[in-house]
Design a protein around this ligand. Structure first.
Ligand SMILES: Cc1ncc(COP(=O)(O)O)c(C=O)c1O
Length: 364
């Protein structure tokens, strides 16, 4: 059987959560598990984190319902709030917390009646110009929300960084100061820091931090590896050598003939391709791990396989284990070769890949 697989190490996941708690020691942790826990498996990841995470954050009601169906009782925040008024019934039924980022969501709440109390988080736009209310509207929003009986009191506040992944970019400080200034007189729980903010903006930890990528053992920072913070990769994407083929100097491999051998060498054909989520646009020289060394990707990635240059004197054999990213090869060092970020590598792994979960119990 083809051995292309993703191994998800739940002990590494729990270790990363504990490491984040040490970095942001004064804050509670909202574990971001949207998009199928960044491709790692929503329910499995959430179950592994229930003992440690103070809240889960998802993007859609559907994701929240999957968690509740799995009997996860931890508080859940909908990061984009409701998409239509009907969602409010599910919010109440499943005890979800909601972000409010624009007026139609507030209007939906004004027209909704329930005897339960809904916890809302007002999202403020501190400069990213994506979701969120203008900072100067906060007083009006507060007074409007104070008249809605179904809301828990006090409302909570949050914002989001645009470029905290680049520690050189001073815009994060600008955003933090703007958020701080606009909210300093409001005594409530606040949240601003995503993974990059957790690492680079200590002043933004507030009451709640919202790590996504860090949980999965990967650094969001440019030119930086998560091991520097003691974090461990959670996903290992692996396959095997499917065939070994000698090739002469001047010959090419793969569709479009994008690589030519500069010496007689051996190609290793690896059983993984874009049909499994490996990025098709990964360039020549993208690192691949095999038998304790890095071998370069050569030629175009196909749907079911890719080629690596094993060198003229290789000792490798058909069936040998290959790591595309994982403990032996951080996703951070693969992503730039495909002009992308580790987030898309993780989210892109397709359903054809078999997932294995190890260290399910709470022992490390
Ligand atoms: C509002 C919000 N908070 C936190 C996160 C987590 O981001 P990261 O994975 O960079 O930690 C995201 C992810 O996109 C987000 O949209």
């Amino acid at each position: 059987m083809r051995s292309t697989k993703a191994i998800i190490d739940l002990a590494a996941l729990r270790h990363n959560l504990n490491t984040i708690k040490t970095i942001a020691s004064g804050s509670r942790v909202m574990a971001v598990v949207k998009a199928d826990a960044y491709g790692h498996g929503l329910v499995q990841v959430a179950k592994a984190l229930t003992d440690g995470a103070d809240m889960f954050a998802v993007a859609t009601v559907q994701e929240a319902l999957l968690l509740r169906k799995a009997e996860i009782k931890t508080p859940i925040l909908l990061l984009e709030g409701i998409f239509n008024a009907k969602d409010l019934e599910l919010v109440v039924e499943h005890d979800l917390q909601v972000v409010l980022h624009h007026w139609p969501q507030i209007e939906a709440l004004q027209n909704f009646s329930t005897d339960k109390k809904i916890q809302v988080w007002v999202k403020l736009d501190s400069g990213m110009n994506r979701l969120g209310f203008a900072l100067q509207d906060l007083a009006l929003i507060e007074s409007t929300l104070s008249k809605i009986p179904s809301l828990a009191n006090p409302i909570r506040l949050m914002s989001h960084f645009a470029s905290a992944d680049d520690p050189e970019d001073e815009f994060s400080t600008t955003q933090l100061e703007a958020f701080d200034q606009a909210t300093k007189n409001i005594a409530t729980e606040k949240s601003m820091a995503n993974s990059a903010g957790i690492l680079t903006q200590k002043g933004a930890h507030y009451d709640w931090v919202r790590p996504g990528l860090l949980l999965y053992g990967c650094s969001p920072l440019i030119d930086n590896d998560a091991s520097e913070y003691g974090l461990k990769p959670v996903m290992s994407l692996e396959s095997q050598v499917l065939a070994i083929k000698p090739i002469k100097k001047g010959e090419s491999t793969g569709y479009g003939r994008h690589w030519f051998a500069d010496r007689d060498t051996n190609l290793g054909l690896v059983a993984i391709g874009y049909g499994d989520g490996y990025p098709r646009h990964a360039r020549n020289s993208t690192p691949v791990w095999l038998n304790g060394r890095i071998v370069p990707l050569v030629g175009r990635v196909s749907m079911d396989m890719l080629a690596v240059d094993l060198g003229p004197d290789c000792q490798d054999a058909v069936g040998d284990r290959v790591v595309l990213w994982g403990k032996e090869l951080p996703a951070e060092s693969v992503a730039p070769f495909a002009d992308t970020i580790p987030y898309t590598l993780f989210c892109g792994v397709t359903r054809r890949v078999r997932f294995y979960y190890k260290n399910k119990s709470n022992e490390m």
